[in-house]
Design a protein around this ligand. Structure first.
Ligand code: NCD
Length: 396
């Protein structure tokens, strides 16, 4: 384990516990109290969250129902503490909050806050909890979001404490990205509400009757900087809860970029079949999902830069994309560099722009589950779907 930042040291014992031991601190029954780890979410929760996300997506299409959605949480304020760069996570959390009527405030550059005058990040966090009802934390400091959650739990007996959502921490976890990746997979392969994205799957199924809906039994390729990217770690954790899945990890043959031992060990313990590769050519034609990631070159040290040959071996070129199975899907958390050339965007398998938009619905759904209004969403959906016979998939 890497050395902890001084601020985090008093929490060392809790940080070093196993994730399974920690989870109880982050849940309030079936409801997430804080969102720190993908391990918090079982399949039943993923289904519930996916349904809420779908309902919010549909309700948001018409003004009348969108206004009702906006009346769900107008009394809640979110603080977006994003001291690590972000486009999609930041924007989609903001859009999600606004969809639900929540106000938002933000810190993106600590030099513009009192941290510049020497205030500790944890003191800052306590201050934010005075002004908001939930804090989304994205930090390059590993385990920082987790420590914020412990701080809140220690305060909650006699002082104000608010939920903490991990919007990406160090190289360890990015649980809300994994949730939106799952929702994208559910919409791409699952039995949905008959919307166009699911029709895509049904069309393919007519051509290939053996093709099964759902995420069980599928083969997933994770490609790129497996070692330093946090999104693959979190998504693997969620997918490991599905039956008969197979993982193929494709990375440059560099110790920092390959599958790390802790994840490999966890997958072995869970009985997940997986293989490691260093070229996409070895797997591209035989998988159902290709999850691409960029090389995290901002963490490079001297000598870490890849050769063009190594980059090429992990690039989803248009030719490789064409060799994928017809129903297969391409995902990428973005930002991308040159691992997916823009020509691939027109390939019907490319799902990454849908995936980015799905971030709004999933993050809004997460807020609804944290603040206990998910059943209100269900009721709204049922009411609108019942009142408007035309409120069907083709209209919505
Ligand atoms: C990812 C991240 O920050 O972990 N981006 C995201 O949140 N969508 C991926 C990356 O930076 O490569």
């Amino acid at each position: 384990m890497t050395e902890l930042e001084p601020d985090l040291r008093p929490y060392a014992a809790r940080l070093n516990a196993s994730v399974n031991e920690k989870i109880a601190e982050f849940q309030s029954g079936r409801r997430p109290k804080h969102v720190l780890f993908a391990q918090q979410f079982d399949r039943a929760f993923l289904d519930r969250l996916g349904k809420t996300a779908d309902e919010l997506r549909i309700l948001s299409r018409l003004k009348e129902s969108a206004l009702e959605v906006r009346a769900l949480l107008p009394h809640k304020r979110a603080m977006l503490y994003f001291t690590q760069e972000s486009t999609r996570t930041f924007m989609s959390f903001m859009a999600a909050c606004h969809l639900l009527g929540m106000a938002t405030s933000e810190i993106r550059d600590p030099r513009l806050s009192s941290e510049y005058k020497g205030e500790s990040p944890l003191d800052s966090m306590r201050m934010f909890s005075a002004y908001s009802d939930v804090i989304v934390v994205r930090s390059k400091v590993p385990q920082f979001a987790e420590v914020c959650a412990y701080l809140m739990n220690d305060l909650e007996h006699d002082q104000r404490a608010v939920p903490i959502i991990n919007g990406g921490s160090g190289a360890d976890e990015h649980p809300t990205q994994a949730l939106l990746d799952m929702f994208t997979l559910q919409r791409t392969f699952g039995a949905g509400r008959g919307d166009p994205s699911t029709d895509r799957f049904h069309r393919l199924q007519q051509r290939d009757p053996g093709l099964e809906a759902d995420l069980d039994g599928k083969t997933y390729a994770f490609v790129g900087d497996i070692g330093r990217g946090r999104t693959v770690r979190s998504l693997c954790t969620l997918l490991a809860g599905f039956r008969g899945v197979t993982f193929r990890f494709v990375s440059p043959d560099r110790p920092k970029m390959r599958l790390q031992d802790d994840l490999a060990q966890r997958l072995r313990q869970q009985g997940i079949a997986f293989t490691e590769h260093h070229s996409l050519d070895e797997v591209v034609a035989d998988v159902d999902i290709v999850y691409m990631t960029r090389v995290q070159s901002e963490h490079d040290k001297a000598g870490d830069a890849l050769t063009e040959e190594e980059r090429e071996a992990c690039r989803l070129t248009p030719e490789r994309a064409d060799r994928m199975r017809p129903h297969a899907a391409i995902l990428h958390p973005f930002p991308r560099n040159d691992e997916i050339p823009a020509e691939v965007d027109a390939n019907p398998r490319a799902m990454y722009f849908h995936q980015a938009r799905n971030g709004i619905w999933v993050r809004a759904a997460l807020m609804c589950h944290i603040f206990d209004v998910d059943t209100d969403v269900r009721e709204l959906y049922d009411r609108f779907a019942g009142e408007h016979r035309s409120y069907n998939a083709s209209v919505l």
